[in-house]
Design a protein around this ligand. Structure first.
Ligand code: C2E
Ligand code: MG
Ligand code: MG
Ligand code: MG
Length: 283
């Protein structure tokens, strides 16, 4: 993105732009190395079923274990993975790793699902569907305990093709959740067409409840609509007891957030599951 064109056809960048281009370029190089060196890890955050007061699933969240900088969150690098196409490689790894975690839980904990996030890019050329088929062949697990989290922007960007792919994913036996619900532009027409089992109310609306009247109204409206469409309702970003109480009052099915646990490495997630005492959280 050149700002000005010099007479000789040379592009000038502002200093700030040059720095950004450079750091993105460096990040790309580092991410390519990270793929080769297997520096990515999955953290898992529990989702709690409010009716049965049990852990019903874990969401797999990508982390980059940088040799010098330590653990880096996806907000810092997902967009670069997407722009460079590296996301297809990393995305495949995420799917397999999630399946392996499910497999690890299964002998002792058979009623817990694992959800993972996917990017728009992974939908191109039916890539995700192929990866899912491949994974189910390699790791024998019951597919109904795997859940794909997609954001609303997917319907917008991929349109009719997206709902076709989602139907295929659903036919494989996997569940589908709509993530960050309320922040995108999904129309009710799409919601009706897509075989999603659950809606995850975005963190930004959960943040202000119960005090903030606008947030409370939005959450109540989403819950009413989701219930009428027969979808399971999950609230993300629950940090305080008051938020939990409000959501329980509305009859929300499941919650996820720091109030219960932060995303954590697999072994820690497993011990959290095994020592989970609902009385500590529901009082
Ligand atoms: P998301 O799927 O909406 O995931 C929820 C995010 O909220 C996670 O951030 C989680 O750590 C954070 N969170 C959970 N509970 C709380 C809470 O109580 N308070 C607050 N403030 N935050 C909470 P994280 O792990 O940094 O991930 C950010 C986003 O990156 C995810 O949002 C998802 O869109 C994307 N992402 C993560 N892993 C993957 C992946 O494997 N593939 C793709 N394509 N995207 C991913
Ligand atoms: Mg998610
Ligand atoms: Mg979300
Ligand atoms: Mg979110």
């Amino acid at each position: 993105r050149a700002k000005k064109q010099a007479p000789g056809g040379v592009a000038f960048y502002s200093e700030k732009e040059a720095r950004e281009v450079l750091s993105r370029w460096r990040l790309t190089e580092e991410l390519e190395r990270a793929c080769e060196q297997k520096e990515f890890v999955l953290f898992f955050q529990p989702r709690v079923d409010l009716f049965n007061r049990r852990i019903s699933s874990f969401e797999a969240l990508l982390r980059w274990r940088h040799p010098q900088k330590g653990i880096i969150s996806p907000g810092k690098f997902i967009s670069v993975l997407e722009d460079t196409g590296l996301i297809t490689k990393v995305g495949r790894w995420v799917v397999k790793e999630s399946a392996l975690f499910l497999k690890k839980l299964l002998p002792k904990h058979s009623e817990i699902s694992i959800s993972f996030n996917v990017s728009m890019k992974q939908f191109q050329d039916n890539h995700l569907l192929k990866v899912l088929e491949e994974t189910l062949r390699e790791v024998s697990i019951p597919p109904e305990w795997l859940e794909v989290e997609i954001t609303e922007s997917l319907f917008f960007e991929a349109g009719a093709q997206a709902s076709e792919i989602l139907k295929n994913i659903n036919n494989l036996g996997l569940k589908i959740a709509i993530d960050d619900f309320g922040t995108g532009y999904s129309s009710f027409a799409y919601l009706k067409k897509i075989p999603a089992e659950s809606l995850k109310i975005d963190y930004s609306f959960v943040k202000g409840i119960p005090e903030d009247r606008e947030d409370a109204s939005v959450v109540m409206a989403i819950v009413a609509m989701a219930r009428n469409l027969g979808k399971k309702i999950v609230a993300e970003g629950v940090e305080r007891r008051e938020q939990l109480a409000f959501l329980m009052g509305l009859g929300v099915d499941e919650v996820q957030g720091y109030y219960f646990a932060r995303p954590m490495p697999g072994d820690q997630a497993l011990s959290f599951l095994e020592s989970f005492n609902p009385d500590r959280f529901f009082r």
